[in-house]
Write a protein of this length. Structure first.
Length: 220
């Protein structure tokens, strides 16, 4: 991602202050949005990936809306594109509910079971094999990626060098999330010096970033 949506490492937004005992959802509607997304992904309804639509949200709206508002916007856009919901259907339902019509209720035990199964912990990743190009301790450089296509290579480390600290098992490439492809690549935990990332801060500690091999190249 190369828009405002890649906020990692950006300056000027103030400190990140953790909320003590933060709940999973701050409002009931957030849990419903999460539940709708999980239920759709657990079935054959073509909802697709939310990331592509989230990265199309206009900058000001993105910065002034919440995490689950992003999910909701993306869900509505994907379902409309797939023809699951028609033009203006959501607005008409909002009007009907505001007028006092009860919220429709439907029971689907099979779908509920499939959704719950999706939320179970994944199996442990298999140990890394011999597919890795780089070795632990090796210095690598992050490629200078610039593409309208989604990726998970943060801008603030592009072009910089780091040290491989751990090998990760191959995993699906995020670039293919909306194409149905299942191409995989090995991964690495790469350590970067904070002084290289933010030299004006005057600190010197390690920042660990997990990266696919496709984002890396030999240093020099």
């Amino acid at each position: 991602m190369d828009g405002i949506h890649d906020m990692g490492g950006m300056q000027g937004f103030g400190r990140v202050v953790p909320e003590p005992d933060e709940p999973a959802f701050h409002e009931p509607w957030e849990g419903r949005v999460h539940g709708v997304a999980m239920a759709l992904w657990a079935t054959d309804i073509p909802v697709g990936s939310l990331r592509r639509e989230i990265e199309r949200i206009e900058t000001v709206h993105y910065l002034t809306s919440s995490y689950y508002e992003h999910w909701q916007d993306a869900l509505e856009a994907n379902l409309a594109r797939a023809g699951v919901i028609g033009p203006g259907e959501i607005d008409r339902w909002v009007e009907r509910l505001a007028a006092g019509e009860p919220v429709p209720v439907r029971s689907n035990p099979a779908q509920a079971a499939a959704t719950a199964a999706m939320l179970e912990p994944d199996e442990p990743a298999p140990p890394p094999g011999n597919a890795h190009r780089f070795a632990v301790g090796q210095t690598v450089r992050v490629r200078r990626i610039s593409s309208p296509q989604h990726n998970r290579c943060p801008r603030y480390i592009r072009g910089l060098t780091g040290r491989v600290g751990r090998l990760l098992a191959p995993a699906p490439l995020p670039e293919n999330a909306d194409t149905g492809e299942r191409a995989e690549a090995p991964g690495y935990t790469v350590a970067f010096r904070s002084a290289d990332l933010w030299p004006q801060d005057g600190t010197d500690h390690e920042v660990l970033v997990d990266l696919w091999e496709t984002y890396l190249e030999e240093d020099g």
